[in-house]
Design a protein around this ligand. Sequence first.
Ligand code: ACO
Length: 321
Amino acid sequence: MNGIKLRGTGSCVPRHVVTNEDLSRRMETSDAWITSRTGIRRRHHCGDESAAELCVQAARAALSRAGVAPEEIGVCIVATVTPEDLVPSAACTLQQALGLPEDTLCFDLNAACTGFLFALHTMECLLNASPRKFGLVLGAEALSRIINWEDRSTAILFGDGAAAAVVECREGWPSIGAVYGCRGDRTLLHVAGPGSGKRSLISMEGTQVFKFAVETIPRCMDAVLTRHGLGADDVDFFVFHQANARIIDLVVRKYAIPPEKYAKNLEEFGNTSAASIPLLLAQLEAEGTIGPGSRVLLVGFGGGLTWGAAIVEFTQGGRND
Ligand code: ACO
């Protein structure tokens, strides 16, 4: 199978910022508790913007950075658990807004916080069967719409945003070698769907999910490094799902990852589920921390339960065609 590489990323977050102080006026919590337990200080919540609008802005930014035109896109996948509409899918709505060709394969993918990773792997498989060699992968969430404001342990965590990556598939490129897993579980993390007749609100056993994350991330990292025949030192940058700063701190300590090789942005955005990994990728690319030739290890974990990791490279810049 031919592999994919990242050509360009872009992101868009809502204007409205909710600080820890704002939350402490709404519920019994404090900036000190939230910061020390999670590392989160602010998050962006949709006001009059919709998740669909965020997707359009993020995708336009990624296409522009990649130097790829909408008519060159063969597959478009939006990873989300909070689409504005169930039908049409967020990806079909994006197809119309961007003017992607009608024979572009467009669909949404639900793997909660692991969504972007599952979407990248799916994209690699599908682009091998596509007549066009560019794909659009997005992670997009409006989690503020499904927050349970009665539950302070989850209400403080989540933010909204969208980020996109234009990927390219070429003969001879190595696969991203994704590793992944699923374990159906309705108790640790649950959001009721429209078919249940219940309100869609997030519920989570935070401490259990924390333990799951701390066990799962190293397992994913070891598996993906082995699959690629690489050591942790061969990786230029590590991008972890941004769920909790303490989870990331534990992992970087375990692997002795130096500070210049990883980043956290949950201080500003909170946990944005499927958008978290591409939001950080877009930020790092925009500031020049990663770019042409960079080899980046991505790790995601979350609801489902789901988990996964992949090693992706950025293209070397100029177009090959
Ligand atoms: N403010 C103040 N106190 C609080 C708050 C709050 N917002 N929330 C909980 N507390 C209290 C609790 O009531 C409890 O008090 P008690 O000891 O008197 O009973 C105490 O703080 C400790 O509560 P815990 O839930 O044990 O706190 P913990 O340290 O586990 O932190 C948190 C909770 C932040 C949710 C953490 O467990 C976590 O980050 N878990 C991982 C989440 C994650 O990784 N999710 C990924 C997937 S998300 C997705 O897929 C959509």
